[in-house]
Design a protein around this ligand. Structure first.
Ligand code: SAM
Length: 240
């Protein structure tokens, strides 16, 4: 899987991508990362990448031209690396909220040879004309605003990479996580067997795998009903 990120803070993405599951998968070459700073594609002495918004108002807006040049460089590098095509994803609060289902379809696309280019905004956002011309899809990580697209891009990268075969030490982990079968995950316990007077549920110490699976399923259903009735409703409709 090949991913490129267009960002004003490439070091932030590069650094965060070194840790845990994502970092190990990078070392194992299960995916590769390249970073493109739009500032590199400016020609003025100040390396300007933003300007005041037409119509007035607070903040600055990212200029189209340096971003277009950075995106072109990323596309060319992906083609050279063997990607059949590239898909540009802009991380944006106005995008479609990211779900497990969308991560899975993007993962399949990427594994079939589509390079993903993640565009991280800053300031008030990006000139709309650049978005209309260059972006294939806008993705939101939630109904709230953060200061830049780097953390949202890293979240998308993490969600995609952990689905790659070989990324997790135990392949079963990915199949048992929240949202995979439409439910939240069950509660987990580890040692000690009694913590602050509270014991681990007996069934988990029983060694009876069928009973444990049944208990976990029931917990997942109850937790989803209590915390995310919207998910349970969808799950029930799918099961019918
Ligand atoms: N003016 C924008 C608005 O009100 O929708 C917010 C811009 S935000 C301060 C700067 C950048 O952070 C955005 O261009 C986007 O790349 C990123 N960003 C912020 N919140 C996000 C979210 N919920 N999902 C994805 N990206 C987000």
């Amino acid at each position: 899987m090949r991913m490129d990120v267009v960002t004003l803070f490439p070091e932030m993405v590069e650094h965060a991508a070194q840790f845990g599951v994502v970092g190990r998968a990078l070392t194992k070459k299960l995916w590769s990362l390249a970073l493109w700073n739009p500032r590199t594609y400016t020609s003025d002495p100040h390396r300007t990448v933003d300007d005041r918004p037409y119509g007035g108002g607070p903040g600055m807006v990212m200029l189209a031209a340096p971003l277009a040049a950075a995106l072109n460089a990323a596309r060319a590098a992906q083609a050279e690396a063997g990607c059949a095509t590239s898909r540009v994803l802009y991380l944006s609060p106005a995008g479609t909220p990211l779900t497990h289902a969308r991560v899975t379809t993007l993962n399949a696309l990427a594994q079939q040879g589509t390079g993903l280019i993640l565009l991280a905004g800053r300031y008030e956002g990006i000139d709309e004309r650049l978005l209309a011309r260059e972006v294939d899809e806008e993705i939101a990580i939630g109904d709230f605003v953060v200061s830049g697209g780097e953390l949202p891009a890293l979240m998308l990268i993490d969600a995609l990479v952990r689905q790659l075969p070989g990324a997790l030490n135990d392949a079963g982990s990915a199949e048992e996580e929240s949202f995979v079968d439409g439910l939240l995950d069950c509660p987990h316990y580890t040692r000690p067997p009694v913590y602050e007077g509270e014991a681990v549920p007996d069934v988990l110490l029983s060694g009876d795998h069928a009973a444990i699976a049944q208990w976990r399923r029931k917990q997942a259903l109850e937790r989803t009903a209590a915390r995310r009735p919207d998910l349970l409703e969808k799950h029930r409709r799918r099961e019918e």
